[in-house]
Design a protein around this ligand. Structure first.
Ligand SMILES: Nc1ncnc2c1ncn2[C@@H]1O[C@H](COP(=O)(O)OP(=O)(O)O)[C@@H](O)[C@H]1O
Ligand SMILES: [Mg+2]
Length: 454
């Protein structure tokens, strides 16, 4: 009888274990929320005082405490024996260590977020310094300080790096939106040219700049937008995508002319909006709305490098035109994506002003801290550190920052040149001819210098 019960209990235990194992393997999401996270949370609360103390986040406080004191007794009772010690409870002030208060832990798909109330005298930077220590204590991949409010910060713990494997499709099906990769918090990384019109994509060679560009081209190719390329590295990078490009400049001469066309088109659109009392092209009636243009610049330094003095005028023109496009582009649907290894004032006077207009910043791995500084320097210093820490083994990993001060580590999805090229060929019929696009009765300036335009 006993043996049978034992066997049954064993069987039941085995079944439960198998069930749990199956749950964990086949539905890791619910397993995380129902089983793993509550366990982690309990452990984090129980150990928080130690963790905070170890990471120097506690402060000393004087508190009233009930203590047990030994008092030598003198007088009548003490006369018969040598010494009598009497224990007495007393309330007195002692030093205690106080940990900052940990709020409610809220699970996310990859970890959790928890608010911490700063103790007096602490600043968010104290938590940024302690973040690595807390991550080790909690046995998680990373802890970041996010959402700083007066008197409190939110700690965001992630169990594993979500950027080791990225599988998304760049096509979103929405106008001017592409999904080039994943963000560190597990969300899709979505570039929306309508809300963030211009992007600066910086990084050393082999850091993943072109791959990101491929993803953007693949994402935009099926959309009713015109793509325009500038590739002064002899055209080797963008020429494969020529079927989908409405215009491509590969020499300085061509780029000056193409920029002139673009500025002319901007002015044309401006006049159109004025005539219809519209603030921007999106307020125009649908049938009058011009085609959005996305301008891709492969290596911006090439546009500004001077081989000899004779190019000085052309370079000045280039700089002015790019700046003008950047300033007016948002309202008139001409968007810039500028890639480069460096975009610093050493390239010329106009570059700093241009950079200021490129509000979407993407910083891949860089060789020198200065480039990271140039790309993200006006953002959060922590973003800068994150960009400097990108290892060479993970090309495509970058720090994405916007003007609102938020930033994320992200990784682009791997889109090979062949994939992007195939997309460019498949949707070649969607590329408006340059001459039609700039829609003026006069032949476009580029028609003279650039045969492909027609
Ligand atoms: N997101 C990514 N995921 C995986 N591998 C990538 C990614 N981005 C780039 N790579 C790898 O890194 C190499 C260099 O990338 P590339 O975009 O050509 O760099 P860059 O244009 O900055 O020199 C690519 O050939 C590819 O093998
Ligand atoms: Mg490249």
């Amino acid at each position: 009888m006993a043996n049978v019960i034992l066997a049954l209990v064993g069987l039941a235990a085995a079944a439960v274990a198998a069930g749990l194992w199956a749950w964990r393997s086949f539905h890791p999401v619910s397993w995380w929320y129902v089983v793993q996270f509550p366990g982690r949370a309990v452990l984090a609360y129980l150990t928080w005082h130690h963790v905070a103390s170890g990471c120097s986040l506690t402060t000393g406080r004087r508190r009233w405490r009930l203590t047990l004191d030994a008092l030598p007794v003198v007088g009548e009772a003490a006369r018969s024996t040598a010494t009598v010690v009497q224990y007495r409870r007393r309330v007195r002030r002692v030093n205690v260590e106080k940990a900052p208060r940990l709020g409610l832990m809220r699970p996310t798909r990859l970890g959790w977020r928890v608010r911490v109330r700063l103790v007096d005298g602490q600043v968010p930077a104290d938590y940024e310094r302690a973040a690595e220590g807390i991550a080790h204590a909690w046995r998680v991949h990373s802890v970041r300080v996010v959402d700083v409010r007066p008197g409190r910060v939110t700690l965001w713990a992630t169990m594993r790096d979500p950027l080791t494997e990225v599988t998304v499709t760049p096509e979103t099906g929405e106008l001017l939106k592409v999904r080039p990769g994943k963000l560190e918090n597990g969300d899709d990384w979505v570039m929306d040219f309508r809300t963030m019109p211009h992007h600066l994509n910086a990084g050393a060679t082999q850091s993943g700049k072109s791959t990101l560009m491929n993803a953007v081209i693949k994402g935009l190719a099926p959309q009713p937008v015109a793509l325009v390329g500038f590739d002064l590295k002899g055209g080797v990078e963008l020429t494969p995508y020529a079927p989908r490009l409405s215009a491509l400049a590969t020499t300085r001469r061509e780029s000056v002319v193409l920029l002139e066309d673009l500025v002319g088109e901007l002015e044309h659109r401006m006049a159109l909006c004025r005539a219809h009392g519209a603030r921007n092209v999106w307020k125009l009636p649908v049938d009058l709305r011009p085609v959005p243009i996305v301008v891709l610049v492969d290596e911006v330094a090439e546009l500004f490098l001077m081989a000899d003095k004779s190019e000085k005028d052309e370079i000045a023109k280039t700089g002015t035109a790019l700046l003008r496009i950047a300033q007016l582009g948002r309202a008139f649907a001409v968007y810039l994506m500028v890639c480069g290894q460096r975009i610093g004032s050493d390239l010329g006077p106009g570059v700093t002003a241009l950079r200021a207009q490129l509000s979407g910043r993407i910083c891949h791995r860089v060789n020198d801290p200065e480039t990271a500084n140039m790309t993200l320097g006006d953002m959060d210093p922590a973003a800068l550190d994150a960009a400097r820490a990108i290892p060479a083994e993970t090309p495509g990993v970058c720090v994405v920052a916007g003007t609102d001060g938020s930033w994320y580590r992200a990784r682009s999805v791997y889109v090979s040149e062949e994939d992007a090229e195939a997309a460019a060929r498949e949707y070649a019929h969607l590329a408006p001819a340059w001459g039609d696009l700039i829609g003026s009765s006069a032949p476009p300036a580029s028609a003279r210098a650039w045969p492909k335009a027609a």
